[in-house]
Design a protein around this ligand. Structure first.
Ligand code: DGL
Length: 241
């Protein structure tokens, strides 16, 4: 089965990696919209247009199942995309991540995510809807994506964040980029990330057939591949869309 996955940059590769490890016998296309990165503070109109461009490309490749490996897109224009592309099956990361969090039975969680995702309040709303006793803290952490994309150290940033939330028992990494810095977070705190949740959800949609993977960036190929190679062990190609 042919599956499209996309994000603003290297973050969604963490989702692609989980999918590929769990279901290797499928054909994956990945697009990093690196030229428009970061998505975190873009307007809804911009995000809808970026996502549409990518989805149109996937449709040309005969892809009908698309994993949106980006919390920012999922928290802002997911419904608009579903309404526009009625023949496409979309899988988003937010519901999958919330389901995984609820299974952890944690009671005091910090959600870190982009400004758009935090503003949408999607995580808190969905969690509270299932269990109103859970304490949810929300924090926009817009500095992290540029640091991660540029392969810079995030230790100071993470320590600053954690020093303000001493009582939490868990963190939702509400941006797919943050899985790449999970090792900076103390092992006493349970980390819940989008890449793991998605593999539980996609199961019912796929039939394992072909084994192939294609990765593209709309930005600078060399820069992108520094991190892509480390995560996926293959390089991406430049895509002009
Ligand atoms: N990785 C994305 C997310 O999950 C977007 C990060 C960004 O471009 O700001 O929200």
């Amino acid at each position: 089965m042919r599956i499209g996955v996309f994000d603003s940059g290297v973050g969604g590769l963490t989702v692609l990696k989980s999918l590929y490890e769990k279901y290797p016998n499928n054909e994956y296309y990945y697009i990093a919209d690196s030229k428009n990165l970061p998505y975190g503070e873009k307007t809804k109109e911009e995000l809808f247009s970026y996502a549409s461009r990518i989805i149109d490309y996937f449709i040309l490749q005969d892809i009908k199942l698309i994993v949106i490996g980006c919390n920012t897109i999922c928290s802002t224009v997911y419904k608009d995309l579903e309404n526009k592309y009625k023949d496409i099956t979309f899988i988003g990361v937010i519901d999958a991540t919330v389901d995984l969090f609820l299974k952890s039975n944690k009671k005091n969680v910090l959600v870190i995510a982009t400004t758009n995702t935090i503003k949408s309040n999607k995580y808190e709303t969905k969690i509270k809807c299932k269990n109103n006793n859970i304490i949810v803290h929300n924090l926009a952490t817009p500095n992290l994506v540029p640091l991660i994309e540029n392969d810079l150290d995030t230790t100071k940033e993470i320590n600053n964040i954690l020093s303000n939330y001493k009582d939490i028992d868990s963190i939702i990494l509400g941006c797919t980029h943050y899985k790449l810095i999970e090792d900076k977070i103390s092992s006493n705190i349970t980390c819940i990330d989008s890449s793991t949740g998605v593999i539980n959800v996609i199961n019912k949609y796929i039939n394992n057939s072909i084994n192939n993977i294609k990765i593209y960036t709309t930005g600078n190929k060399e820069e992108f591949n520094k991190i892509c190679k480390r995560i996926m062990n293959i390089n991406g190609e430049k895509l002009d869309i």
